[in-house]
Design a protein around this ligand. Structure first.
Ligand code: 5GP
Length: 319
């Protein structure tokens, strides 16, 4: 047998604990991993059990992991059982019926000097205020970073310029664009429509600037293309475990509101949990926001590294 180093790498999209896996032929031989870990798959010879190593692990020996097909099959069985068992309760697995998050094949990617910048996508949980973060980082360095100019149907204000703050369009034009899938996302705010077009991102990238967008996490799926190679940053405010003090001087995430109730905090925790659960597998980096200044500094340093360092991306993005 030729012992060639395997070039197959998978990002794990679920947590795996061999000691809790009754199906494994040998629990001690199993390789435990967490969602987000990169696994080097050494052998796919067996249909049910692959052999893999964790990248960045000092342990040189490979361990057993469930093959994609096998894990898919048992996730499917489990989801059907879940559905029968739950009586009308909302169930996460109901939302994307056939898609199970098992592994995603990835490869190393480094942006070449004359290549288009990756799209930087910010998502945030309740209280993260990502738009402010984005605006600050861009304002510090407008030659390098820019926003995609959104479309809106609201009237232009006197100080605003067409194509700077917004592209101001009629409702008919907006609807037509939406119908033709020109927007990566859109929504209603105070009875006006707002949305960011794919073209708006492209035009920033054409100027050789890094484009930053903040979107609802539902938009991630549409953005995950080889063209944009999005780098997804999930910003969540640091939320204290449980508050004993009667009054806080600052709110989580650096807000100015002094009075935040325990219910508010609970809502923020829930929002972060929900996004993590539903979209965590599409996130490249979690940024815990202590206050605005430190979060800006951290975001800036992430953006600088994005141009220089190597990152794991889906193989389908690199041809
Ligand atoms: P304003 O009319 O004050 O400029 O913006 C009001 C609100 O519109 C913003 O706070 C933001 O929530 C929303 N908005 C601005 N741009 C977009 C966009 O591209 N997409 C969506 N969904 N909302 C936007």
């Amino acid at each position: 047998d030729k012992l060639k180093e395997s070039k197959v790498y998978m990002r794990a999209l679920f947590d795996y604990t061999p000691l809790e896996d009754k199906a494994t032929p040998c629990q001690e031989a199993g390789l435990p991993f967490k969602r987000g870990d990169i696994l080097q798959v050494v052998s796919q010879g067996d249909q049910t059990w692959w052999q893999a190593k964790r990248v960045g692990d000092c342990n040189l020996r490979a361990g057993l992991i469930p093959s994609k097909q096998f894990q898919e099959r048992r996730s499917f069985r489990l989801s059907r059982k879940d559905r029968r068992g739950s009586s009308g309760e909302a169930n996460v697995s109901d939302q994307n019926d056939t898609e199970f998050l098992i592994y995603e094949e990835v490869t190393c990617y480094q942006q070449k000097p004359n290549e288009r910048h990756r799209l930087v996508v910010l998502i945030g949980s309740l209280g993260a205020r990502i738009n402010e973060l984005k605006q600050k980082v861009i304002a510090e360095n407008p030659h390098r970073y820019a926003v995609a100019v959104p479309h809106t149907t609201r009237p232009k204000k006197s100080h605003e310029k067409e194509g700077v703050e917004y592209h101001f369009v009629t409702k008919q034009a907006f609807d037509a664009d939406a119908e033709n899938n020109k927007f990566i996302e859109y929504g209603v705010y105070k009875e006006n429509l707002y949305g960011t077009s794919i073209e708006a991102i492209r035009s920033v990238q054409a100027k050789n600037k890094m484009c930053l967008v903040d979107v609802q996490p539902e938009a991630l799926k549409a953005l995950r293309t080889a063209e944009f190679k999005p780098y997804v940053i999930f910003v969540k405010p640091r939320i204290p475990e449980s508050r004993r003090r009667r009054s806080a001087t600052t709110s989580p995430g650096g807000g100015e509101h002094a009075r935040i109730t325990e219910e508010d905090l609970q809502e923020m925790r829930l929002s972060a949990q929900q996004i993590d659960q539903q979209y965590g597998h599409q996130v490249d980096r979690v940024l815990i926001k202590e206050d605005t200044a430190s979060a800006c500094a951290e975001l800036r340093s992430i953006l600088e590294r994005l141009e220089r360092e190597t990152f794991w991306v889906p193989v389908s993005w690199v041809k």
